[in-house]
Design a protein around this ligand. Structure first.
Ligand code: GLA
Length: 385
């Protein structure tokens, strides 16, 4: 934090009014369910984006990042317009735009950022960036907006200002997660339940494997999946795929076929409906203290994303296959797909063997070496000082 504060002083010539942090996330289970009004279960990573921020009253928005070359970018808060900024600054600027559009009197800011959230790794570096700005401005301008609502404004920034049609999971995870817990979120009404998730106490670990395959070019594919899900819901006559009952899935898929839904739409529907059910199964298992049994459910989720939703890639499949062959309890891709990261649930004693097996499988396939680290549920966004 001191470094960020000192860099702010060097850049802008005065102490920041405060320093805030917002984390990246991994999603334990519940993928591509959030824009179908379904269930998700992310937890926050210890990796954060930190922002030193001061208010301005002259309408200027000055943005600087320690991680990106190019110096200070200066914008006019009142002139921000969706779709005009295609740089990293679109995320923080989009949040200022969303706050102002919602009627909040944000009259500018000086911002300096530094992040440890790997970007393009499917670990929500964008959400961390949005949420840290939203929280800082919420505090400084005394807007009194609760965390779940800040997440909504950040999602609006991403959907409308940046132009990425994402759901609400990542921003809510960054804003609302708690240390030692996974967040069971119903994305229809945004109700939340913090589920204790202390693997170390039970002799287990959760590994994150960043495949180094950047998923940044996936927006078009993400949008296509989303449109396919919406088509499925419309054909079935429901508001969202969340409303398709899991125990009527076979009959509903048949009905979908009769209504003109092709094989691709049927597969998307099957993934979403079974994935929502997997989240509920994982919550029930965790609440019953049967933590090891979530492993196979995670692995099932991967198969569904690979075969039905079709958003995996050879590197993600390699992590899952190698980890399972080396004794992992479960493994799956996490996040939007087409690259990014996978998670592996393992007995603590097996972590080394599994890590080595994954690294060797990558080397054998001539893939770039993956980055492997252990993830323990960390706190959500907060003021540091
Ligand atoms: C990305 C999006 C989320 C969610 C996931 C898939 O991370 O930002 O809203 O849709 O993909 O679960």
């Amino acid at each position: 934090m001191e470094q960020v504060r000192n860099d702010f002083v060097a850049l802008y010539g005065s102490e920041p009014e405060g320093v805030w942090a917002a984390p990246g996330r991994v999603n334990l289970i519940g993928e591509h369910t959030d824009y179908n009004d379904g269930f998700v279960m992310p937890f926050a990573l210890p990796h954060t984006t930190v922002a030193a921020v001061s208010r301005r009253t002259d309408g200027r928005l000055r943005l600087h990042s320690a991680d990106i070359e190019g110096g200070v970018v200066e914008l006019d808060a009142a002139a921000l317009e969706p779709g005009t900024d295609h740089d990293w600054t679109a995320y923080p600027a989009g949040v200022v735009w969303a706050l102002r559009e919602a009627g909040h009197p944000v009259t500018g800011a000086d911002v300096h950022l530094a992040s440890t959230v790997p970007s393009g790794a499917g670990l929500s570096s964008s959400a961390a960036l949005e949420v840290v700005i939203a929280l800082a401005l919420n505090d400084l301008y005394e807007l009194g907006i609760p965390g779940w609502k800040l997440a909504r404004l950040c999602q609006r920034a991403e959907n409308v200002y940046v132009g990425a049609p994402t759901g609400i999971m990542d921003q809510t995870a960054s804003a609302c997660c708690e240390a030692g817990h996974a967040l069971f979120l119903d994305t229809r009404d945004l109700s939340q339940k913090q589920i204790p998730f202390d693997l170390a106490a039970e002799g287990m670990r959760l590994l994150v494997v960043d495949t180094r395959v950047k998923h940044a070019h996936s927006d078009g594919e993400y949008g296509k999946r989303r449109a396919g899900c919406e088509k499925g819901a419309a054909l079935l006559g429901v508001d969202a795929l969340r409303d398709v009952a899991h125990d009527e899935l076979d009959a509903e898929l048949e009905r979908l076929g009769e209504l003109g839904g092709d094989e691709e739409v049927r597969r998307l529907v099957r993934h979403v409906v079974t994935e929502d059910h997997r989240v509920e199964r994982v919550v029930a298992l965790l609440e019953a203290g049967r933590t090891r049994e979530i492993g196979p459910v995670l692995t099932e989720g991967h198969a569904s994303l690979r075969d039905d939703f079709r958003i995996s890639c050879p590197e993600l499949d390699t992590v899952v296959d190698a980890a399972l062959a080396a004794g992992a309890l479960g493994a799956r891709m996490t996040g939007g797909g087409f690259g990014g990261s996978a998670i592996v649930l393992a007995e603590a004693a097996d972590v080394e063997t599994i890590t080595k097996a994954v690294q060797e499988a990558f080397a054998a396939a001539s893939f770039t070496a993956p980055r492997v680290f252990e993830a323990v549920p960390a706190p959500g966004a907060r003021r540091l000082g």
